[in-house]
Design a protein around this ligand. Structure first.
Ligand SMILES: *Cc1c(COP(=O)(O)O)cnc(C)c1O
Length: 393
């Protein structure tokens, strides 16, 4: 590419942090308020009223100041005891990192790997739990969407596997990459602990973890010995003064931002929001499919019905993904996600989560196609044309 076309509004198409709406940024841009009464307490009440609805639960919500890792730690430390056995279902990279944390924190960890490029098999889970005759496994940990492979697990099917084995383990699901983008029904799907964070589909800057717990998880909390004061659910009880919910000063600006993001989600409506993500993801998938060639572009997630609606991981074969990302960023103003898990020169990721619309996605796809064309990369056919055809349906 001879020309630099990057001056203009920068677009991030990484799987988090994602594009933050101007409404959210404006809501955050304000002087520090009284933290004991007034606007802030009203905003905290509204956030607490909305959050259970986001995952459709009658359980409780906790909001640690921190990223997704903080939410992971809060979930583990509040429900488990040193030496407890946890079974981790990994279908990429992220459940395995959670497993490393669990091990470091004193849990006994067993990881079940999915076949590469596929979701975790419910039947394998059922078989493993049936074999656990002494009921040693205290919790099953997994992700809804793995952000490295962009594979989506079938959460209700995993729950059914646990029930079919008649196993009492807690079921904890990391929805950091999918929350606010894909359907998730915590109570109906039988999830005991749900984990998310502010910076992906929730359209708020990084800095807030989100953890939802049902009755079963709250009961496990009573006897959990990994509890520490900072993360403790009891100490952060919503009946206490506001500062206890955050174990200290509230994350003021983030709360104003999250409240605005939740208002935007409520205005759009959940069904419409999930549908928008699905249709835009169909556009991305149509493009990747059109570009694909043997030895060139292809999907990392092997099964169509296991491809997430919030992120798409792409293998590039012989095409240099480092150069592709460099051209997109430096020459066109689009930041693509780094490939994780394999060599970064042979894969990349497209985030399509949260505040994204048709021009954002078509712009990203058009920029990728422009860069690929300028690199002389082998392409099956035009991804932009395929995406516009998909979106026009
Ligand atoms: C992003 C992500 C994480 C890590 O979140 P941080 O905010 O970086 O700690 C964990 N799990 C999944 C599935 C993610 O997408």
């Amino acid at each position: 590419m001879k020309h630099n076309l990057s001056q203009g509004r920068e677009i991030v198409a990484i799987p988090g942090p994602s594009i933050i709406p101007d409404r959210v940024l404006s809501a955050m841009h304000r002087a520090m308020p009284d933290i004991y009464e007034g606007d802030l307490t009203t905003v905290i009440d509204s956030v607490w009223a909305w959050l259970p609805e986001v995952v459709q639960t009658s359980g409780r919500v906790f909001v640690p100041i921190g990223n997704g890792h903080a939410a992971w730690e809060m979930a583990l430390s509040n429900t488990l005891s040193r030496g407890d056995h946890v079974l981790v279902l990994n279908c990429g990279r992220f459940a395995a990192i959670w497993a490393e944390m669990a091990e470091f924190n004193g849990l006994t960890v067993e990881v079940m790997e999915a076949e590469e490029g596929f979701a975790n098999e419910p039947s394998a889970l059922e078989e493993r739990l049936r074999a656990d005759v002494d009921r040693k496994i205290a919790a099953v940990l997994t992700v809804h969407v793995d952000t490295a492979t962009s594979v989506r697990n079938d959460v209700p099917a995993l729950r059914q596997a646990i029930d079919a084995a008649g196993h009492p383990a807690l079921f904890m699901v990391d929805c950091i990459a999918s929350m606010g983008c894909e359907r998730f029904e915590m109570d109906a799907w039988g999830v005991d602990v749900t984990i998310a964070a502010s910076q992906k589909g929730m359209m708020t800057p990084p800095g807030l973890g989100l953890v939802w717990a049902n009755e079963k998880a709250l009961a496990a909390h009573e006897s959990a010995d990994l509890r520490t004061r900072y993360w403790d659910w009891t100490y952060r009880s919503e009946d206490g003064p506001y500062y206890l919910r955050f174990c200290g000063t509230p994350p003021v600006s983030h709360l104003f931002g999250l409240a605005e993001a939740l208002a935007m989600m409520a205005e759009e409506g959940w069904e419409a929001r999930w549908e928008r993500h699905r249709v835009l993801a169909d556009g991305v998938r149509a493009a990747v499919d059109a570009w694909s060639t043997p030895g060139g572009i292809g999907f990392i997630a092997q099964r169509e019905d296991q491809r997430s609606d919030s992120v798409t991981s792409v293998t590039t074969g012989s095409i240099d993904a480092v150069e592709l990302r460099r051209l997109c960023r430096q020459q066109m103003g689009v930041t693509l996600g780094l490939g994780i898990g394999s060599d970064e020169s042979t894969s990349f990721r497209i985030g399509h989560m949260g505040h994204v619309n048709a021009p954002a996605i078509l712009g990203v796809l058009g920029s990728i196609e422009t860069a690929l064309t300028s690199m002389g990369a082998p392409l099956g056919s035009s991804g932009v044309q395929a995406a516009t055809a998909a979106l026009s349906q």
